[in-house]
Design a protein around this ligand. Structure first.
Ligand code: ADP
Ligand code: MG
Length: 276
């Protein structure tokens, strides 16, 4: 009876939170599942806007684990991850940071693009990432053991300065590395059509443009036209904007501030999209 009751609850739960839409590109989901079963930390590499965050959301949902995401920034300290004492009504209380919460709850802790984080933030992840699976909380004078289900996931963009130089080689070797990139054209068309709510023909044109920009030789652009940008343009088209305006706003002008480059990209876009 109790198992019956339990399964009803699960059904209600999953009906309330539909699975995030994620289209697999290679064996990334299998690798993640295997790493999750072993409690191994995962290193997700890939350019900005290629689907890293969405992938982790989809995996957390599938595994039925809570996902606690921390967006990296250059001022992030270990206290931001682990926790700190706060004054509340004249009393000093301890407040767990997101990493400590994930460790206690057995959640997936996703450190999203923590490239820029300070050195001291990488220090706290060492004993969590290796076989010890523990988090020293110096300010409390304790060490937390990670609950079953806890998993550390770190993403970074290999095009930028790498956080990896801050991570000890022995820790780094414990990470299972998954490399994502912009999906192949047929999958990206499906993704852009689905996410933006546009037809496949229009999505196909956006993906052709995306790939043309990605293929530019000796590109002066800091970022390539990402899947996210194509979806953004598609969303503007779905809102009734002409294709050309949508592409100018979401892709061309977003990629560069240099007037010459913007003009050249605009011409490339007009050619690929066949709108003049
Ligand atoms: N393989 C995919 N399946 C489904 N959606 C995807 C996929 N790749 C990219 N996306 C879409 O692209 C958007 C940007 O991806 P995101 O996960 O935010 O990128 P990243 O975290 O790598 O910067 C997502 O919101 C999602 O709509
Ligand atoms: Mg992300």
């Amino acid at each position: 009876m109790s198992t019956n009751h339990h399964s009803v609850e699960l059904a209600v739960e999953s009906a309330a939170t539909p699975a995030p839409f994620y289209r697999s590109v290679g064996d990334e989901a299998d690798v993640f599942r295997a790493a999750a079963r072993r409690g191994l930390p995962v290193l997700l590499k890939g350019p900005t806007g290629c689907g890293k965050t969405r992938f982790v959301e989809a995996m957390a949902h599938e595994l039925g684990r809570e996902l606690i995401t921390v967006a990296g920034h250059e001022d992030m300290t270990s206290a931001d991850l682990v926790g700190r004492f706060l004054l509340k009504g004249g009393e000093t209380i301890w407040v767990d940071g997101p990493l400590s919460r994930a460790v206690r709850q057995g959640a997936i802790c996703y450190l999203d693009e923590i490239v820029e984080a300070r050195q001291d933030t990488t220090v706290v992840i060492h004993p969590l990432a290796d076989h010890r699976r523990e988090l020293p909380v110096d300010r409390l004078g304790t060490t937390l053991s990670a609950a079953p289900g806890f998993q550390l996931v770190i993403s970074y963009n290999p095009g930028y300065q790498s956080i990896l130089k801050n991570i000890k080689e022995s820790t780094r070797q414990r990470f299972v590395a998954i490399e994502l990139d912009f999906p192949p054209a047929d999958i990206e068309v499906e993704v852009v059509a689905h996410e933006a709510g546009i037809d496949r023909r229009t999505a196909g044109a956006l993906v052709r443009l995306g790939n043309a920009i990605r293929g530019l030789q000796g590109s002066p652009l800091r970022e390539a036209s990402s899947t996210r940008m194509l979806i953004l343009a598609g969303g503007l088209i779905a809102e009734g904007l002409p294709v050309r305006s949508a592409v100018q706003a979401a892709i061309v002008r977003a990629l560069s501030d240099d007037p010459d480059i913007v003009r050249a990209l605009g011409e490339l876009a007009d050619g690929v999209l066949d709108v003049t």
